[in-house]
Design a protein around this ligand. Structure first.
Ligand code: SAM
Length: 271
């Protein structure tokens, strides 16, 4: 069978080394009584190991050519459902119905991997676990503790909602076409309740985003020049200095050194 060419615009780097496909599915450990969502099944490298092992596989693919290929390969199976949709806009909780919860496995398209991750976290009410292959650098950011250069908005966001751990690295040679960078498989488990206590979570994420806006600047300077949807509130609270003082944060620190608790304290000081 002639395989369709990989589309760069859809982040298509297909896993061709079966030993890594097996390792990913082993890390997931699919069960006969569960629904597993696979995002971006592509040519089916992971899918073929999932069907028969998970009770039900719900595969979400955007590329019409691959959808046709996957239908041909797995379409006759009762435990396989293919959803032709955009992983960035699909309602996962509705799609898994009648199941109430599901686990996710994916070799995510590089170009939109963090956007998909944020969407999955947004639907954490029905997602109990994610086993995701991401660029190694993204996993380093996700798992970065406060203090290091990798710590950024995504690190704080993921920490707020999930427990995350890096499982193993995958070399570029395991894919076709061969990407420029290494990948890492990570496991993320949404927490039963967020790891922060604030009244307005949207405000928290606006503050974190403003805090990291210019990484070389101090937290004080970033808050002093916060975007228009935040600045009036900062000023109404007495300005960036007063706010940081109320939260017990030294104004010369940089955003990357702040803990999740400190971001939450800053938010409460503004609420
Ligand atoms: N799972 C396959 C594998 O491991 O070989 C393919 C992984 S490839 C890195 C990413 C897959 O995501 C491709 O099949 C691509 O078509 C699909 N994809 C890209 N953008 C998508 C989107 N917005 N929604 C759903 N699938 C998407």
């Amino acid at each position: 069978m002639k395989l369709p060419r990989a589309k760069k615009s859809l982040g298509q780097n297909f896993l061709v080394d079966e030993s890594y496909a097996r390792r990913i599915v082993r890390a997931l450990g699919p069960k006969a009584d569960e629904t597993v969502i696979e995002i971006g099944p592509g040519r089916g490298a992971l899918t073929e190991l999932l069907v028969g092992a998970a009770g039900r596989v719900l595969a979400v693919e955007y590329d019409r050519v691959l959808v046709a290929l996957l239908r041909g390969r797995f379409g006759g199976r009762a435990d396989f459902e293919l959803v032709e949709a955009d992983a960035l806009s699909i309602d996962y909780c509705a799609a898994i119905c009648p199941a109430q919860v599901a686990r996710v496995v994916a070799n995510l398209p590089f170009n939109i991997s963090t956007a998909i991750l944020q969407r999955l976290i947004g639907q954490r009410g029905c997602i109990t676990e994610m086993t995701l292959m991401l660029q190694r650098e993204v996993v380093e950011r996700i798992t970065a503790p406060p203090g290091g250069g990798e710590r950024g908005y995504l690190s704080v966001f993921v920490e707020g909602y999930c427990e995350a751990e890096a499982l193993f690295d995958v070399p570029p040679g395991a894919f076709r076409p061969v990407p420029k960078v290494w990948s890492t498989v990570a496991r993320l488990r949404p927490r039963p309740t967020p790891a922060f206590e604030v009244g307005d979570a949207a405000l928290l994420w606006r503050i974190v985003s403003a805090g990291f806006a210019q990484r070389r600047k101090t937290i004080f300077n970033n808050l002093r020049s916060a975007p228009a949807d935040l600045l009036p509130r900062v000023e109404a609270a007495g300005g960036a200095g007063t706010l940081l003082d109320a939260a017990g944060i030294e104004p010369r620190r940089r955003a990357e050194t702040l803990t999740l608790d400190e971001w939450a304290a800053l938010t409460r000081a503004l609420e």
